[in-house]
Design a protein around this ligand. Structure first.
Ligand SMILES: [Zn+2]
Length: 232
């Protein structure tokens, strides 16, 4: 038995969920990369390299010569040690408690943070999700939140769709020979003498079917065998 055939249904479901999650991650990260590359030089989104530069620069800042100091960074940010990690927070945040601090995030951690908040608030979107992340993070914009929701497979599947038209509206055909369907079946591999093709004609008007063997599939041969009347 093939390995896939013996795999339990739960494992197959988990594998499928992982594929869906990775596709969500790929779509979101691609959209964020496009957004961060298009933002102005003073944009609030940070790539991981920019985040690391700010952390290391603030750490070395007191020991740097004045000409090497990036005063813009020092005026805008400060670091906050939390456990083993070092947060970047706004310099003007002052000495708030950890619960009140809103830290910066870089684009490499956006997906995981948004996914956690998105699930906590029951696939909350737009204002709900933006309010939730804004309570803890300072540079996640509404545009980024919308990009996340727009690429969430679960949210996409629940989008409102316009209702279908009431009732089925078939194309009505009245009478014989107005509309029909011709299928040509290839019997070259098991021909009956000279007959290598089978023409099947179904008339839509009276639901009548005729079958004729053909020696050739040329249009002229087909036309010659399309019946002009069911009793012909
Ligand atoms: Zn969702």
């Amino acid at each position: 038995m093939a390995p896939s055939a013996s795999r339990p249904a739960g494992a197959a479901g988990a594998a499928q969920a992982k594929v869906v999650l990775e596709e969500h991650r790929r779509l979101f990260n691609a959209a964020v990369t496009k957004l961060v590359n298009a933002q102005a030089s003073n944009g609030t989104m940070m790539k991981p390299a920019r985040y690391d530069y700010i952390v290391s620069h603030l750490r070395e800042f007191p020991n740097l010569a004045n000409k090497d100091k990036d005063h813009g960074v020092a005026q805008a940010y400060r670091t906050q040690t939390v456990g083993e990690s070092e947060w970047i927070v706004p310099a003007k945040a002052g000495t708030r408690s950890l619960e009140e601090l809103r830290r910066y995030v870089h684009t490499g951690e956006l997906f995981e943070l948004l996914l956690t908040e998105h699930l906590v608030c029951g696939h909350g979107k737009h204002t709900t999700l933006h309010n939730a992340v804004s309570a803890r993070y300072t540079n996640i914009t509404r545009k980024v939140v919308d990009l996340f929701c727009q690429s969430c497979p679960s949210c996409i599947s629940k989008r409102h769709r316009p209702p279908g038209r009431e009732g089925h509206k078939p194309i009505l055909t009245h009478g014989f020979g107005v509309r029909g369907q011709v299928d040509l079946i290839d019997y070259q591999s098991c021909a009956d003498g000279e007959y290598k093709w089978l023409l099947v004609y179904v008339d839509h008007g009276i639901k009548w079917c005729d079958v004729r063997p053909l020696k050739s599939k040329k249009v002229r041969a087909q036309n010659a065998h399309i019946p002009q009347h069911p009793l012909a």
